[in-house]
Design a protein around this ligand. Structure first.
Ligand code: ATP
Length: 298
């Protein structure tokens, strides 16, 4: 018997970053949108905890206990007082270290898969608590849809969202999220960083489903830091807007870039232009909001 969970990637339509707190974390106002790029995690009974991964980026995914899927299984087993006797197989489609919460997604998926496999029926609130221990983006991977995250991003309030079409440009290599925050601190040193707040205009645009309104309000405070570490991303952003994207931004901490487009036809055109531009490794077309981690029928 095995259990497979499908889990979405995310794009931050707004990422407002406050000054570093004494504990090193930054206060965030983070508007998450889950998009239809999915990983699948399959949990199967095994003698000990093991992880395997397939997909174009599989060689960049750790297979030891640092994998967030493995950590999720360990945490859940510990709480239940059982051994994490499970094999986790990750079918990976979400870009690795791309700012789309791929590792977080696998953590949430493994948690749900093991909960079902072990018949634990852990209450939703408790699963969300475990997610928050695993990482700031993990609770949203479980919930999906669209949500405002505050605190370190882990305190979630669902928000309304119409349907939007996106193209994602996958860059060569990854960017470390801590390194991007460090660069943010360097770039903002000596300036007054305002308290992060969700933009009412952005939330209204998201609810309306109007892509022009959303294009006018997309904002990522980490973008200057990601561009500072990876100046070539500016060429990718320009190639997408030049091909007709309504707006372009770095996804989370990058280096994946996100392009908001009017419809599927525009998505295909922008994706083709990005591929031809030579400014990215690959493109992916997706839409959002997508549902959160879901157990697939056996
Ligand atoms: P975020 O958007 O949440 O900042 P990200 O999408 O930029 O995350 P991930 O794909 O989650 O980045 O990977 C970041 C690092 O986490 C990887 O370089 C890898 O070493 C580690 N990692 C741990 N578990 C996983 C996993 N299941 N899949 C991918 N990377 C993982």
């Amino acid at each position: 018997m095995s259990v497979t969970v499908r889990v979405p990637a995310k794009v931050n339509v707004q990422l407002a970053v406050g000054a570093a707190r004494p504990d090193g974390f930054h206060a965030l106002a983070n508007v998450f949108l889950a998009v239809s790029l999915f990983d699948e995690v399959t949990a199967t009974p095994a003698a000990t905890l093991t992880v395997t991964c397939e997909g174009p980026d599989a060689d960049r995914v750790p297979l030891d206990r640092t994998n967030l899927a493995a950590r999720a299984a360990e945490l859940l087993a510990e709480r239940a007082g059982i051994e994490p006797a499970v094999h986790l197989h990750i079918a990976k489609s979400i870009p690795v270290a791309g700012g789309m919460a791929g590792g977080s997604a696998d953590g949430a998926a493994a948690l749900l898969a093991c909960d079902a496999l072990w018949g634990l029926n852990t209450p939703r609130a408790e699963l969300l608590d475990i997610c928050a221990v695993l990482g700031s983006d993990v609770p949203f991977s479980l919930v999906g849809g669209a949500a405002l995250g505050t605190g370190r991003g882990e305190l979630l309030t669902p928000v309304e969202a119409g349907a939007f079409h996106w193209v994602f440009a996958v860059a060569d290599g990854g960017l470390s999220t801590p390194a991007v925050f460090h660069e943010f601190d360097r770039l903002t040193a000596g300036t007054a960083v305002p308290e992060p707040e969700a933009s009412p205009a952005l939330l209204a645009a998201l609810a309306s489903g109007d892509p022009d309104a959303l294009a006018a309000t997309l904002a990522n405070d980490l973008q200057p830091a990601a561009l500072s570490l990876r100046p070539a991303l500016a060429d990718t952003l320009a190639a997408g807007t030049g091909a007709g994207a309504l707006a372009a931004l770095v996804s989370g901490s990058g280096p994946t870039t996100a392009f908001l487009v009017r419809d599927e036809e525009a998505a295909a055109k922008v994706a083709a232009a990005l591929e031809a531009s030579g400014t990215c490794r690959a493109t992916r077309v997706a839409s959002g909001p997508a549902p959160g981690a879901t157990v697939l029928p056996a």
